[in-house]
Design a protein around this ligand. Structure first.
Ligand code: ZN
Length: 290
């Protein structure tokens, strides 16, 4: 199932932003909710016959005066059909090559118009669309005019994997970009362009980053895998995929407190139905506000 809508648009201060659904993905529900028992999580998101839950791969396209900015790029088109079946990925585009490019066109732009691509981290379902395999089988940058921004620590982590981390990182999603001189590495927190700031949110990976967007007094935050769906807002609802779950816990505590205090609009990358919302704390746990 491909989560809908393909594109949702809203204003953040003076910036026009488009949440683009780069496709559907289905992952094991137990792995998605870590130590949370199934009777609790399946009330929030039901499991299919293979115990998988429906997810999305939502990217954010920002119309910034200095150029078009894209945050994360979905799963791309370079893996085998078997691979996409295992992860329940449905992201084929028409004209494509993937739904992400279709969504960018639906928002009124072309892949060539993207000036900056920011990766929250380099896992295949977030950075797979950074590069594309063309009709002749050659791997190229998906956004030929873009600079690509990523954390240097994440790139180091992605290129020095072990038995536990290696299955999520594929060199062809990022190494060709570095070799072509298209990458601007960031170390820690930095303003990438006016009003768009990288914020380290470690835990899922040690150098995972969220993106804070600020314009005319309004703030939005792209959570990426810190809080992949609205169901993951309660502090202990942490993915089994996270390499440092107790670090995730402290990052969530810090970030969600700010989200409430500063009235952030938070963006959920993997939620199949909810693109964004405000966070509230009801005295017991974090959840979605009205
Ligand atoms: Zn990830």
């Amino acid at each position: 199932m491909i989560p809908q809508p393909l594109v949702a648009t809203r204003q953040i201060g003076r910036l026009r932003v488009h949440a683009i659904q780069a496709g559907g993905q289905r992952l094991d529900g137990g792995a998605m909710f870590g130590v949370v028992p199934k009777p609790l999580w399946e009330r929030r998101i039901p499991a299919d016959e293979r115990n998988r839950i429906q997810l999305g791969m939502r990217c954010l396209l920002i119309e910034h005066e200095a150029g078009l900015v894209l945050i994360d790029t979905g799963a791309g088109n370079k893996e085998t059909d078997k691979f996409y079946d295992i992860y329940g990925i449905e992201n084929l585009g028409a004209p494509g090559p993937t739904l992400l490019e279709d969504g960018i066109r639906r928002a009124g732009f072309k892949p060539e118009d993207v000036a900056v691509v920011i990766s929250s981290h380099l896992h295949f379902d977030h950075a797979g669309g950074n590069t594309v395999r063309d009709a002749s089988g050659v791997v190229r940058p998906s956004f030929p005019s873009a600079r690509y921004v990523m954390q240097r620590g994440e790139y180091e982590y992605a290129t020095h994997t072990n038995e536990r981390t290696g299955a999520s990182y594929f060199a062809h999603n990022f190494v060709p970009l570095v070799e072509a001189g298209l990458v601007d590495f960031v170390d820690g927190e930095r303003e990438i362009m006016p009003g768009i700031r990288s914020v380290l949110t470690p835990g899922h990976t040690p150098f995972h980053q969220g993106i804070l967007i600020e314009s005319a007094g309004e703030r939005a935050f792209y959570l990426a895998d810190l809080v992949p769906t609205a169901a993951h807002l309660p502090l202990p609802w942490i993915m089994g995929y996270d390499v440092e779950p107790l670090v995730t816990l402290e990052t969530k505590r810090r970030i969600l407190e700010r989200a409430v205090e500063e009235d952030w609009l938070v963006v959920f990358e993997h939620d199949a139905t909810t693109a964004w919302g405000k966070v509230r704390h009801d005295g017991k746990a974090y959840g979605l506000g009205d």
